[in-house]
Design a protein around this ligand. Structure first.
Ligand code: GRF
Length: 212
């Protein structure tokens, strides 16, 4: 019960960050719904167990989710981490793993749930953007927040430059959140998450910075 299942659909850079977080590789399984997912190659190179479960071979979402749950349960994982898993999960799936299903989202939730977060952030003219690790609930991109990282939106940012800087932070906070969970340092109290024995500070983030 101290193992980790990572669900991916594509590039797998967050998966890669999780594989490098120090959890023994023989306790990790990577499952992809997409046989072409780039991340699968990297996982294999790390000698991590990989499973392909092509959603197109299943008649509907419920049946795919049941097959996915079967694969997951066979690993008896302590935690299931969604890392760019581009499938909406059925309510029954989410409820089955409530409290041990995590996701990384490229915005400061609850702002910008869904897709195209960086383009929407630029369009809204926000000055501080970032990423969020949260527990998954049936409501899409909504659930108890474990950790967030905030970065300034720079005057000449494009969707690509902003995405790249946010992604760097994703790779920092997701392994941290997973590590906390694996070390039993996370306590869930309703919608609030307490992380035991972590560093806290109350420094404000300004964007743009204040004049000297
Ligand atoms: C990341 O931006 C993640 O926050 C979002 O999907 C993207 C996946 O990227 N959920 P990768 O596959 O981890 O590189």
């Amino acid at each position: 019960m101290n193992s980790l299942v990572i669900l991916i659909s594509g590039r797998g850079s967050n998966m890669q960050a999780l594989l490098e977080a120090g959890i023994p590789k023989d306790r990790i399984t990577v499952i992809s719904n997409n046989p072409e997912a780039e991340g699968i190659g990297f996982a294999k190179k790390c000698n991590v167990e990989t499973i392909i479960l092509d959603h197109r071979s299943y008649p509907d979402r419920e049946i795919f989710d049941r097959a996915l749950a079967e694969k997951i349960d066979a690993c008896q994982p302590k935690l299931i981490a969604l890392a760019g898993f581009m499938r909406i999960l059925s309510d029954s799936f989410v409820q089955r793993y409530q409290g041990r299903l995590m996701n990384i989202h490229p915005s400061l939730l609850p702002a910008f749930p869904g897709l195209k977060t960086h383009a929407r952030a630029l369009q809204e003219g926000i000055k501080i953007h970032g990423c969020t690790v949260h527990f998954v609930t049936p409501r899409l991109d909504h659930g108890p927040i474990v950790i967030q990282a905030a970065i300034p939106v720079l005057p000449h940012d494009t969707e690509a430059s902003l995405a790249a800087r946010v992604l760097l932070q994703e790779h920092r906070i997701y392994p941290q959140a997973v590590q906390w969970f694996m070390e039993d340092r996370i306590r869930l109290d309703g919608n609030r998450v307490e992380v035991m024995a972590c560093v806290t500070h109350d420094a404000a983030v300004y964007s743009p910075g204040l004049s000297e």
